[in-house]
Design a protein around this ligand. Structure first.
Ligand code: 2HA
Ligand code: ZN
Length: 277
């Protein structure tokens, strides 16, 4: 354990700084209106030790679901009803850093959620998605949920099917298949904040780093905040182009053969070639 005098200021913690930067980017992009959106990052203990006394638990919070698959893991997570536009003004109220208890029934709060605040209502989905994705990619750290306009709009006018939704996004611009070669997973409208949507999302996220919640928003996962933001940014731009083209007579589109050509040229891994049959 570190002596308190050796402890660095938590606001110098690079991950916290990056978190605040990306939350602001989400807000500036218009994807985190009002209290929309929530983000969680799993923190390696070794990174945290210089900034927090991990033995000083400030509150024990019960969970309504079993998180034993993430026992003893540390997370930084946005608070419930946190307005993304306000987080940088008051991180200690609107963010929390906690450790999942050894039995997975509680979390041990180490910093944040001031004034008896609480983690996001989407915590069941976040933790289930972390657990699911870690089995595919042990370096996965980030789960990001937000409300990008064109993705939501597209979910109103496009059939909700992984293959056809992915193809429609890929056909809009060369970059799309390079950035998300595994395509996107699409869920029909479901009630958010529930264990059911958490289970459904954690299933879809095994095959895709992006899962669209129809008429709601998107979940993205990856190793860093920047890569996940970038993934969502490209999907959102592709959706925007899809929607701009839709009212017009479409004369040109990227064909299946051209999508294969792009994948070969950039030596893209994990392409869902069965979507191109
Ligand atoms: O309230 O985005 O899904 C935050 C949300 C719920
Ligand atoms: Zn949402």
């Amino acid at each position: 354990m570190k002596d308190m005098v050796d402890m660095k200021n938590i606001y110098e913690f690079p991950l916290l700084k990056d978190f605040l930067r990306v939350i602001d980017l989400i807000y500036q992009s218009g994807w985190g209106e009002n209290n929309g959106g929530n983000v969680s990052v799993m923190i390696d203990e070794s990174l945290l030790l210089d900034y927090l006394d991990i033995n000083k638990v400030i509150r024990v919070i019960d969970l309504s679901f079993d998180a034993s698959y993430l026992a003893n893991k540390y997370f930084i997570v946005t608070a419930t009803s946190s307005y993304f536009r306000n987080i940088k003004k008051d991180p200690e109220s609107l963010l929390g850093i906690f450790k999942v208890s050894p039995n997975g029934k509680q979390v041990f709060l180490l910093w944040g959620y001031k004034a008896n605040n609480l983690f996001t209502s989407e915590l069941p989905t976040h933790l289930m998605v972390h657990a699911s994705r870690l089995k595919i990619d042990p370096l996965n750290r980030v789960v990001m949920h937000c409300h990008p306009n064109s993705i939501i709009t597209m979910s109103h006018v496009h059939e909700l099917n992984d293959q056809s939704f992915s193809l429609s996004l890929w056909r809009t611009m060369t970059e799309a298949i390079v950035v998300f070669p595994e395509g996107v997973g699409v869920l029909p409208w479901m009630q958010s904040g529930t264990t059911e949507i958490g289970i459904a999302t954690s299933e879809k996220i095994k095959n895709h780093r992006l899962v669209i919640w129809a008429m709601h928003g998107i979940y993205g996962v990856g190793q860093s905040l920047d890569t996940v933001f970038g993934l969502i940014e490209v999907a959102e731009k592709a959706a925007e182009i899809y929607l701009s083209c839709k009212p017009h007579e479409i004369l040109n589109n990227i064909t299946n053969d051209q999508l294969k050509e792009i994948a070969a040229f950039y030596k893209v891994k994990n392409v869902r070639y069965e979507f191109l049959k």
